[in-house]
Ligand binder design. Structure first.
Ligand SMILES: Nc1ncnc2c1ncn2[C@@H]1O[C@H](COP(=O)(O)OP(=O)(O)OP(=O)(O)O)[C@@H](O)[C@H]1O
Ligand SMILES: [Mg+2]
Length: 374
């Protein structure tokens, strides 16, 4: 999704991909094949680029630090990116700079094995209450690596599973949120930043399903507060490129930070069709240290719905139906193999009426995955 923005800006992308079938490798002619965690592959690739950026956050910190030593521009830099890679480092830092977070605790194995982790989690739950949340510090996505812990037995199972896989856990209080929001900003190396409208994200089974832009009924003060939180994090952590701050909102309106992403994010896909400058274009502008584009929405409401893999291996018949039913629909498919629950595309609808946009977007997403037939 970065490629159309790069074409328009006259910027040439090269991509390091693990295989020719990866989405980016299908549409960017200049592909180098190699693994993002293979230092040799990343170093060889980086030598041919003016600026390195990411569409996921899994490149190991030591590899990126080596690139910096070699004089490669890495944006965001490893010192910022680590906060999107490791939730324990992120919690530590956000707490230190006064950003509101849920109550949390490290559960590191301090040499006392899984029993120590269980004891610290049990101690944490005495204060934070049951049920609570356990998360892997690294490597989670789409809710994989997040558990709602109801009782001691489940705690033991999850802690043992993590220990077997050599994975670090953190504990968080279960936030009784009424909804989840996302505040996105773009920030450039020279310190310019722009804030997108704050959006609402709807998760089911840990997977983002819909995004409402702007977040319906969010009052102007809260919206400004969320944008301020995101701008503060971007500045304090020296983020370059796009930053998404996932937020919880509770019944009293209060906000706390869930996690960070330092790249174009699912919560900003609406901006491709509905903002003056998409998150992909602003990511490129930011990492190239060009002046940023306006994040202004072009319609009162935009609703994005993810298309998740289910039953339809071939979407062509569904295309006919969806395109004919709703000529205003914007369809984006990612060229990914269909697997149940995998994000294989998204649709966006712009309009004036919130309910109407939600109906059209969710209907199309459900139809494209084969969930409904008519
Ligand atoms: N402390 C918490 N209290 C309540 N619910 C939570 C908490 N932490 C996470 N969740 C729920 O689990 C979802 C996934 O959590 P999180 O964003 O940390 O995981 P992830 O797998 O890294 O997500 P992503 O798909 O965004 O990469 C959240 O969107 C939220 O719905
Ligand atoms: Mg998340």
């Amino acid at each position: 999704m970065m490629q159309p923005a790069a074409i328009a800006l006259g910027v040439r992308l090269r991509v390091l991909a693990t295989g020719p079938d990866e989405s980016a490798a299908q549409v960017i002619p200049d592909v180098a094949l190699g693994a993002h965690d293979d230092p040799q592959a990343v170093l060889a690739f980086a030598r041919s680029c003016d600026v390195i950026t990411f569409d996921h956050e899994h490149v190991p910190t030591p590899v990126l630090e080596r690139l910096i030593e070699l004089g490669v521009a890495v944006r965001p830099g490893p010192g910022a990116l680590v906060h999107a890679q490791d939730k324990s480092i992120m919690r530590e830092r956000l707490s230190a700079i006064g950003v509101p977070c849920p109550q949390w605790a490290h559960l590191d194995d301090s040499g006392d094995g899984v029993e120590g982790v269980i004891a610290r989690a049990t101690e944490f739950a005495k204060e934070a209450g049951w049920p609570f949340i356990l998360k892997t510090a690294r490597g989670g996505y789409d809710g994989k690596g997040v558990w709602r812990i109801e009782d001691a037995q489940q705690l033991r199972e999850v802690a043992q599973g993590a220990a077997t896989r050599g994975v670090k856990l953190i504990a968080e209080a279960l936030v009784p949120f009424t909804r989840e929001l996302s505040a996105q900003v773009a920030r450039s190396p020279h310190g310019q930043a722009v804030a997108y409208p704050v959006v609402e994200t709807v998760q089911r089974e840990g997977i983002c399903r819909e995004v409402y832009a702007p977040a319906p009924g969010l009052d102007a003060d809260r919206s400004a507060e969320a944008q301020r939180i995101a701008l503060t994090i971007a500045r304090e952590l020296d983020v370059t490129g796009m930053l998404a701050v996932e937020l919880f909102q509770t019944a009293d309106g209060a906000l706390s930070v869930n996690e960070l992403a330092m790249r174009p994010h699912n919560s900003g896909h609406w901006s491709i069709d509905a903002a003056v400058t998409s998150q992909f274009e602003n990511h490129l502008r930011a990492v190239l240290d060009l002046p940023l584009g306006a994040p202004t929405p072009q319609a009162p409401v935009a609703v994005m719905a993810n298309v998740l893999g289910l039953d339809l291996p071939d979407v062509y018949p569904a295309y006919l139906h969806c395109m004919a039913r709703d000529p205003g629909l914007k369809i984006h498919m990612y060229g990914k193999a269909v697997k149940p629950g995998r994000k294989i595309g998204h649709v966006t609808v712009l309009g004036d009426d919130f309910e109407d946009c939600v109906e059209r977007a969710t209907h199309a997403a459900a139809y494209l995955r084969g969930e409904i037939d008519e």
